[in-house]
Ligand binder design. Structure first.
Ligand code: TMP
Ligand code: ASP
Length: 253
């Protein structure tokens, strides 16, 4: 997609957002920076930006084809995409299919327990506060969204989970958990935004049993396992191999 990239609007840990000459469109540029533990750990991983951009683009296309509205409009380059300009809702919606990560650090729930129905956690997006987990009452108190919007956000997140669980299953990957961000477009519609990539998902390779080797996502970086970019490359390779195959159960992913 050809767009004119204008001034920088915002720079985050993993992306830069630029205005375009269209008032309602922005360019999202994916950086090679990898951070964890609220940026206490930082590295530059050559090629990560391109991989996350390409993986996210494919996932957004898959969601759109399955009637989930996202901000994604098209690729602008190898490491950049065009998105609808949105009012970001400062919430991180996490869906967990298998217990791991912070859930097991903060509760006695045993690692690898299957969560059925999947657990939906909502966090307040604020690095200075360390992205705290919210209760329903605290979310109400914050007044960021109405009860109806909360229901819609949860419904969207669960729908995204069923689509992606099924899609990743077709390429022998287990979607363990993932984080979504959402926002309002200029007509007030809620869109899935930001990125959906191995930076924001946990994906385990079903072809491997070893609990470390099977990790293909940012946990490789968080846990100092090495081979981070190689893990992301494997995910993109499988996604590209899957696209266009008529046997995919999820329509057109
Ligand atoms: P957690 O187990 O550390 O709470 O992570 C749950 C999921 O959310 C996991 O797929 C990684 C993702 N995530 C982010 O995308 N950004 C974050 O800042 C954190 C903490 C987790
Ligand atoms: N994204 C967060 C950070 O940059 C944490 C994480 O993904 O683990 O610090």
């Amino acid at each position: 997609m050809k767009v004119h990239q204008g001034p920088l609007l915002y720079e985050g840990k993993a992306k830069r957002i630029f205005q375009t000459d269209h008032p309602e469109q922005v360019v999202l540029e994916f950086k090679d920076d990898a951070t964890a533990f609220n940026a206490l750990k930082h590295s530059i991983l050559q090629g990560k930006g391109v991989l996350n951009c390409q993986i996210s683009a494919h996932i957004f296309e898959c969601l759109e084809k399955n009637n989930v509205s996202t901000h994604y409009l098209g690729l602008a380059g190898n490491n950049s995409m065009v998105g609808q300009k949105i009012d970001v809702i400062p919430l991180e919606i996490v869906i967990r299919n298998i217990a791991t990560g912070s859930l097991c650090k903060q509760t006695p729930i045993v690692s690898e327990k299957e969560l059925d129905p999947p657990l939906l956690d909502i966090y307040y997006k604020d690095d200075n506060l360390g992205d705290p987990l919210l209760t329903e009452a605290r979310l109400k108190l914050l007044g960021l969204i109405t009860d109806r919007q909360r229901e819609e956000i949860e419904e969207i997140a669960r729908k995204v989970n069923s689509i992606l669980l099924e899609f990743f299953q077709t390429i022998d990957l287990t979607l363990v958990d993932f984080k979504l961000e959402m926002g309002f477009n200029n007509s007030g519609k809620i869109l899935v935004a930001d990125e959906i990539s191995p930076d924001t998902c946990r994906l385990w390779d079903q072809r491997l049993n070893d609990p470390e080797k099977r990790i293909l996502d940012k946990d490789r970086f968080r846990k100092n396992l090495g081979g981070v970019v190689e893990g992301y490359e494997e995910i993109l390779k499988r996604i590209q191999g899957a696209s266009g195959k008529p046997s995919n159960a999820v329509s057109d992913c």
